[in-house]
Design a protein around this ligand. Structure first.
Ligand SMILES: [Zn+2]
Length: 320
């Protein structure tokens, strides 16, 4: 049995940092509800598809935006996820720190894109604030975290431990994982314990061109994802972490559904539902970590599947 985590980062962006107060209501609708001429394809749609298949999703909700726009929109997001009986966990984008109406740190004057740009003490304070906001918005039993843009470092794990958060899923071997200070020189692809926190890294794979990719709905075809899931099971992997976003089923302008990605999501859910004797789709609550003796090499997907995906991606770009 392979433990599969279908993780969804939920966040709102205002398309730049000018006039954000004016832009926010429209941005919130787009990023959270995703209205289109053919219906809504945002967070409620994702929640419904998971519910239809009886699958668990982990929703990493970003709360720092509420220090600018107020508690209500955050409470609305948390409410949607909780009503659907899914897991709310903590996501944090430090880009919001200097936009807050009240200073969150002694030095909040400049925008710092990644959490790793903050000291350990600052990270402890930010995680505490973000966790409190999420709790005030109705979240319960938060025990897992993901840094925005995967921009964490080893201090982040210490900051999580200091805040009583046991699980992290910020390590991404295809982005900033290798220079995070966690297991230098090793590509972490399976769970590890570090500084009192269990790290559940993003699942990554080598595609047919040799490049390392993470398993995300928009960057990996269903055929690739299915092959990788079987490969992970057959090679005795412990965990498989998939990435999505609350607005990932929409095109970049967020005014139309991305039909290819919607289909991938539906196919993936149907597949995981049908094969639940092989894949345990779960969250971080009640998780008893199983750690491998050593880190295996990243999974690999054959060149022909890369080719088919490239055609699919070209189609998506043409019709978005
Ligand atoms: Zn994010």
């Amino acid at each position: 049995m392979l433990e599969v985590f279908f993780t969804v980062d939920v966040e709102v962006w205002c398309d730049g940092w000018h006039n954000i107060d004016e832009k926010f209501p429209d941005a919130f609708r787009k990023y959270i509800y995703g209205p289109t001429a053919k219906g809504d394809f945002g967070l409620p749609y994702t929640l419904n598809v998971l519910k239809d298949h009886g699958l668990r999703g982990v929703f990493f909700v970003e709360p720092l935006f509420s220090t600018r726009f107020g508690e209500q929109p955050l409470a609305e997001i948390v409410g949607l996820v909780r009503e659907s009986n899914q897991e709310v966990q903590l996501h944090l984008h430090s880009e919001w720190v200097d936009e807050s109406r009240v200073p969150l740190l002694a030095d909040s004057g400049t925008k710092r894109q990644y959490l790793r740009y903050f000291t350990m003490e600052e990270q402890i304070a930010l995680v505490a604030t973000a966790g409190r906001l999420l709790k005030q918005a109705g979240a319960r039993d938060v025990n897992a975290f993901r840094a925005g843009n995967f921009g964490f470092n080893r201090d982040t794990l210490g900051a999580l431990a200091a805040n009583g958060i046991r699980f992290d899923s910020s390590y991404n071997a295809s982005l900033m994982g290798p220079d995070s200070g966690v297991m230098p020189g090793v590509s972490v692809v399976e769970p590890i314990e570090c500084d009192g926190v269990y790290e559940y890294p993003m699942t990554v794979f080598r595609d047919g061109t040799g490049s390392l990719r993470h398993t995300q709905l928009t960057s990996c075809s269903f055929r690739e994802m299915k092959g990788l899931l079987w490969q992970a099971l057959e090679t005795g992997r412990h965990s498989f972490v998939i990435l999505s976003h609350g607005s990932e089923l929409l095109n970049p302008a967020k005014n139309r559904a991305d039909d290819v990605v919607v289909k991938r999501f539906q196919q993936l859910c149907a597949f995981l539902d049908k094969n639940r004797d092989s894949f345990h789709v779960r969250g971080f609550r009640g998780l008893k970590p199983k750690l491998p003796q050593q880190q295996p090499a990243p999974l690999a997907s054959p060149i022909w599947k890369t080719g088919v995906r490239m055609i699919e991606q070209a189609y998506r770009r043409k019709y978005r």
